[in-house]
Design a protein around this ligand. Structure first.
Ligand SMILES: Cc1ncc(COP(=O)(O)O)c(C=O)c1O
Length: 407
């Protein structure tokens, strides 16, 4: 209400003065987010996509630089690299945790590798020890796409602070949201400053005072408008106070569901990385068609037919899905090299055989997981115990009556 009454819905100015760093709510949000997650800097942006682009830009990635990235994620995780002319190099995932596999990352490194972008997929933190050790050995930056894992923990550190820069999403589908929004966290003051520049028309202010600042190199000072509004920031401050409660309820709902679903032989529950707590953006299960005797799609369709739609999400149908997108390297942008113009840029800047880099079969573990995975949102608060029982009953009933679906 204070923001509405002020009539000032954004405090940003695209020039280097008071307003360069945003309005009062944005600054409060950044302070509170940094304290909550234990990070030296939080930079509020208008989406996780903006945050990823700002992070890759701040890292100084340029044309032809290689960045290793997971093939199972939302497309923006890899597109953020392409935006700066970088070359996404897809490494395979861990079969049991679905995050980037350190050994596959190691095999993908060349003298042109500059960074690794990991995703805390479905809310499970990536292998911090394995990946960060490789990064340290080769002088690479780790950008953690934690859009899906706010509140997850690994080795007593919150996800989003496990790499050099961590990105959060505040879009409508996430644990807490502001409609659209995002935040980037880092302990590195220089990276934070560079992200603040990219957030707000860097090219217009990358002279004068900024150019005089020590350590501020002016690479990638193409700026954007990634600025978060005051309403969104005010909502995010309030939402942040609810995060731990929402994640905690989601976790206990998943525990309840997993206990009930353990009786369904064609489903394998997701494993928890040792030392980690999951924050369950999605709950994922592997489906074994050879045990069920029916295709995954048939099973999921029948389960969905047993379930009610979620209030407010009626048009999405029951929130259970056979699969989770495609391996990112099979998107036409990569296979047809149609990112910018018609000359194949930025892939034309790679000294690799890019047809080989973006071909089906590149990451067999990821492809196998995507062929077998079922994901759902049916555990999310405010699901009641009755709702959870309905979910268990639906998966069980379809298993028990699968012979009726065999033809
Ligand atoms: C892993 C991951 N990264 C990035 C994004 C992009 O988030 P946003 O919509 O805030 O740009 C998403 C959104 O679904 C995501 O799941």
């Amino acid at each position: 209400m204070a923001v509405l009454e002020s009539g000032r819905l954004s405090g940003f100015y695209g020039s280097y003065d008071e307003g360069f760093l945003g309005g009062e709510q944005v600054r409060h949000l950044e302070d509170e987010w940094a304290v909550h997650f234990g990070s030296d800097n939080a930079v509020a942006v208008n989406s996780a996509t903006s945050g990823l682009i700002a992070a890759v830009g701040a890292a100084g990635i340029g044309p032809g630089d290689e960045v290793i990235v997971t093939p199972i994620s939302m497309s923006a995780t890899a597109t953020a690299i392409v935006v700066w002319g970088g070359i996404p190099v897809f490494a395979d995932i861990e079969p049991e945790y679905f995050c980037l596999d350190p050994e596959s990352v190691r095999r993908a490194i060349t003298p042109r590798t500059r960074a690794i972008v990991v995703t805390d997929l479905f809310g499970l933190p990536y292998d911090r020890v394995g990946i960060n050790a490789i990064a340290a050995e080769h002088g690479l930056l780790v950008i953690e796409d934690n859009a899906q894992g706010p509140g997850a923990v690994l080795d007593e550190r919150l996800a989003g602070t496990l790499g050099d820069i961590g990105i959060f999403s505040l879009n409508y589908h996430k644990h807490i949201h502001t409609g659209e929004g995002g935040i980037a966290c880092t302990d590195d003051d220089r990276l934070a400053d560079r992200m603040r520049m990219i957030r707000n028309h860097a090219e217009a202010v990358a002279g004068g005072r900024i150019a005089d600042e020590p350590d501020m190199d002016l690479v990638n000072m193409v700026g954007f408008n990634f600025r978060l509004g005051e309403m969104e920031a005010a909502i995010a401050r309030s939402q942040l106070t609810r995060l731990d409660g929402l994640v905690g309820r989601g976790v206990s709902n998943v525990r309840y569901l997993e206990a009930g679903l353990s009786e369904v032989p064609c489903l394998t529950m997701p494993k928890l990385r040792p030392g980690a707590s999951h924050s369950y953006y999605l709950h994922s299960m592997l489906f074994d068609e050879s045990v069920a005797g029916i295709p995954r799609e048939t099973y999921v369709e029948a389960v969905a037919a047993e379930l009610a739609v979620t209030e407010g999400r009626e048009s999405d149908g029951p929130l259970v899905f056979a699969g989770y997108g495609v391996p990112l390297y099979t998107l036409p942008m990569y296979s047809k090299k149609i990112a910018f113009g018609s000359g194949g840029y930025p892939f034309s800047r790679s000294d690799r055989a890019t047809d080989e880099m973006y071909r089906p079969g590149l990451c067999p573990v990821a492809e196998d997981v995507l062929d077998r995975i079922i994901v759902h949102e049916l555990f999310r608060p405010p699901a009641s115990q009755d709702d959870l029982d309905d979910v268990i009953e639906a998966f069980t009933k379809v298993w028990e009556n699968r012979s009726e679906l065999m033809n």
